[in-house]
Design a protein around this ligand. Structure first.
Ligand SMILES: Nc1ncnc2c1ncn2[C@@H]1O[C@H](COP(=O)(O)OP(=O)(O)O)[C@@H](O)[C@H]1O
Ligand SMILES: [Mg+2]
Length: 373
């Protein structure tokens, strides 16, 4: 257990931590949240003694940490920050093994640890161990940062806005992973965020701070139901509004079970496919899987008699849209055309799916009557 007892810290005249009093349970996932500058990072850093309080004490498992050797203390506490801080000139394996090597683990033991940790996040050793940070995405780098913090099996891991610089998708994936890792490895995790969704997602317990004080400590559902004051309520409210305002994109409305063929296929094959699927058009791809256009049964009947392949009949009359395009724009294209669907493409020009008039109608119905399905 981590215990803060009357912990205060000032910079000049500014009281940054104001008589902090708090217990953090062993094996719990505790998330600190609060407005910028309220003292979250400072609180975290008093746990590994990157910051020493002016007054009060921090205990870990009953021991006053100001009496513990700093270097030893820090090696028993993993630390992950937003600015990934991987060493660019070291491979993934060397980065993860930094602390085990400092602790003089053998090469074999370090190697084994690296292998097991990479496995935990589905990054195969053979594929990733020899890579350099610059060869990986931001999300993968941050994963390695997390693994590095876990490498010496510290019972406590401190994480200061570790996913703050990642895009929402990657962030959601890493939240899921850290949640799984914590349950599996049974760590005490102290996590800082300013994102209420992240806090609600991850926390066993949320600690809400303001102006150097703890305002409320509660489980997520409890904080949602009974926020202690207006500031906390507004944090919750902001979250709800942000969710509502999320703009919808074409990809939210696509149908992906569409009938597709290649442009070098025979007329007859195309006709049979249409009959089987009971459709009157097919999407057509180039051989590299990029979108070529569509072919319709009407055109085949009219012009296909002497043709070998469908290629000469492929047209690009249907409106097109990208998957991340605003849904309203996509609908507008459809409604102003005479076609019955929009072809939605990924940015590499492969086909994501189609948006049909039915999708538009359903979305309008949802907007008017609320979710209809
Ligand atoms: N080294 C420092 N010198 C002076 N003021 C500092 C220093 N570090 C932090 N502060 C101030 O302490 C307050 C709390 O900072 P911090 O713990 O980083 O907040 P949070 O992580 O909640 O955004 C802020 O007002 C910040 O400006
Ligand atoms: Mg901070």
């Amino acid at each position: 257990m981590i215990r803060f007892e009357h912990v205060s810290k000032s910079y000049g005249d500014t009281l940054v931590l104001d008589d902090l009093h708090l217990d953090i349970g062993t094996g719990e996932f505790t998330v600190f949240i609060g407005p910028s500058g309220c003292g979250k990072t400072t609180t975290l850093k008093t746990i590994n003694r990157l910051i020493e309080p002016d007054k009060g004490k921090v205990y870990i498992d009953g021991k006053d940490i100001s009496q513990t050797d700093k270097v030893k203390l820090r090696r028993s506490i993993g630390y992950v920050i937003q600015q990934i801080g991987l060493f660019p000139n070291m491979t993934v394996e060397e980065n993860i093994a930094v602390v085990p090597r400092l602790l003089k683990y053998s090469k074999e033991k370090s190697g084994q640890i690296v292998r097991e940790l990479l496995e935990l996040v589905n990054m195969p050793y053979e594929e990733y161990a020899r890579k350099y940070p610059s060869e990986m995405s931001g999300g993968q780098q941050q994963r390695i940062g997390v693994l590095r913090a876990l490498a010496a099996s510290p019972p406590i891991v401190l994480m200061d806005e570790p996913f703050g610089a990642l895009d929402p998708m990657t962030r959601a994936i890493l939240q899921e992973e850290i949640s799984r890792l914590q349950k599996k490895l049974n760590k005490t995790i102290v996590f800082v965020t300013h994102d209420m969704d992240e806090a609600l997602n991850l926390a066993d317990k949320i600690v809400f701070m303001n102006q150097g004080k703890v305002v409320q400590v509660a489980a997520p559902e409890e904080m949602l139901e009974n926020p202690a004051d207006d500031l906390i309520r507004s944090f919750m409210g902001k979250r709800a509004r942000e969710n509502e305002a999320l703009p919808q994109t074409a990809s939210d409305f696509i149908r992906t079970n569409v009938s597709v063929t290649y442009k070098n296929r025979g007329i007859r094959e195309a006709v049979e496919l249409m009959a089987r699927r009971k459709v009157d058009t097919l999407l057509v791809k180039n051989l590299d899987d990029t979108y070529a256009g569509i072919v319709s049964i009407a055109d085949i009947r009219r012009l296909g008699r002497d043709l070998k392949t469908i290629e000469p009949l492929v047209s690009r009359d249907n409106p097109m849209s990208y998957a991340d395009e605003d849904a309203q724009e996509c609908f507008a294209k459809l409604l102003s055309s005479n076609e019955s669907y929009v072809v939605v493409l990924n940015h590499d020009q492969t086909i994501a799916g189609i948006v049909t008039k039915t999708s538009v109608a359903k979305s309008l119905a949802d907007a008017v009557w609320g979710e209809t399905s």
